[in-house]
Write a protein that binds this ligand. Sequence first.
Ligand code: AMP
Length: 225
Amino acid sequence: MRILLIGPPGAGKGTQAVRLASHLSIPHVSTGDLFREHIAAGTELGRHAHTHIHAGLLVPDELTIGVIEERLARPDTERGFLLDGFPRNLAQAQALDGMLAGFKSRPDAVLDLEIPEDQVVRRIAGRRLCRQDRTHISHVDHSPPEVAGVCDLCGGELYQRDDDREATVRKRLKVYRTRTAPVVDHYQAQGLVTTISAHGQVQEVLHRALDALGRGRADAAGTST
Ligand code: AMP
């Protein structure tokens, strides 16, 4: 299955993407994570990306599309993938359509996570990531760690992303409205979009997403937070 996960910052894309990809046994491909890996490794691409990410702006298309082309060329994506955070504008959507057309394919489904903007800032302000494994995400209110500042899953140090500060989040929301929302329209015209509410507990949203994909209910024991 080739799935695109779209939604504003704070909709819980990363949290859901990890669980969905694991449930469906397909790789989770996140442009945000790929950029953060480059930044942590101190690459030239990472330095360019950081300037834009830090400012709450999109990383230029030529860098972003290049990163995705390289990732989707790896053999593990042959049986499908879940794209989290790509495409984020129409040019990227067209580039992806072109890449997939090369394999005589297209996305099977586009999940559009919906959340009221007033909830976004609250959600993001409390989000904490683990330094050892960025897929370990907790929230100071909704899923607080047993020991403050320490990841429950692996004991890593929890930290706040620098682009999760309120002013940057507001800018990211504006970028989402103007640049990314048209991507939903693009795939809507192809009949591929299901919009699901991102409101509620992680597990509830996961159930909605799996239902939308026609993949039934998640095994609560294996996927709860
Ligand atoms: P995310 O982890 O998906 O919230 O992405 C973090 C940041 O990385 C975004 O706010 C953008 O600055 C950048 N980014 C991630 N994906 C893309 C993309 N598809 N196009 C441009 N910039 C991106």
